[in-house]
Design a protein around this ligand. Sequence first.
Ligand code: ADP
Ligand code: 5GP
Length: 202
Amino acid sequence: MSDGVRRALLLVVSAPSGAGKSTLCDRLLADHFFMTRSISCTTRAPRGAEVDGRDYHFLSEPEFNRRVAEGLFLEHAVVHGNQYGTLRATVEEGLKAGNDVLMVIDVQGAASVRAAARASGGILGQSYVDIFISPPSLESLRDRLQARGEDAPEVIEQRLANAQGEMARAREYQHRIINDQLDQAYAELHAIIQAEHDRTPC
Ligand code: ADP
Ligand code: 5GP
C-alpha cells in the first residue's frame, strides 16, 4: 500500500458445511495475531465440545428475534433450518480497533454484508473482502461430514442437499479456493490475505 499502512480487513468466508472452513479459519486465527473472529448468534443447539460465547452465542428463538427487532444484527439468515446472525457491534468494534475481522457465514449472509459494504463509503466498504471455499467434490463433502462424526445422518443429508445451491453462488465472491490438499488451500488463503492487506481500497 502506498502509505505503508496495513489495511484492516473484514474477511467474509463462506463454504458448504464440511468443506473445511473451520479447519482453515482456525489455522488462520492461530497464525494472525491481529485477526479476531466475529462470534455469531444462533438458535441451533451446541454441538460436540462447542462452548457458549466462544463458538457461538447460543440463543433461544425469542432472544434471537428480540435482537432482530432491536436492529442489532449486521446480517441474519436462516441456514439449515436454524437462525444465525452477526452482531453489528462485534464487527465495527473489531475494525475500529485496527484488527482484521473474520466472519464465517453462509451465502445469504455474505450477500447482505456485500450489499451493505458496497453501499457504505465508510469502514465496512473499505475493508470488505470475500472468499468462497469449495470441496473438491460432493462425494468428498459427504465423506468429510461422516468422518467428522458430529452430525446425525439426516442432518448430513440436509447439509449435502443445501451444498449444491451454495456452490452455485461461488461466483459472487471475489476469491475462490478449492480445499483439496489442506496445506495448499491454506497457502492460497494466506496469499489472498497478504495481497488484500497491501491493496489500497477503491
Ligand atoms: P466446515 O467448518 O466447513 O463444516 P470442517 O473444517 O469441520 O468443515 O471440516 C470437515 C471435516 O473435514 C473435518 O473432520 C476436517 O478435519 C476435514 N477436512 C478439512 N479439510 C480437509 C482436507 N483438505 N482434506 C481432508 N479432510 C479435510
Ligand atoms: P454450523 O451450524 O455448521 O456451525 O453453521 C452452519 C452454517 O451457518 C455455515 O454455513 C456457517 O458459515 C453459517 N453461519 C454461521 N454463523 C453465521 C452468521 O452469523 N450468519 C450467517 N448468515 N450464517 C452463519
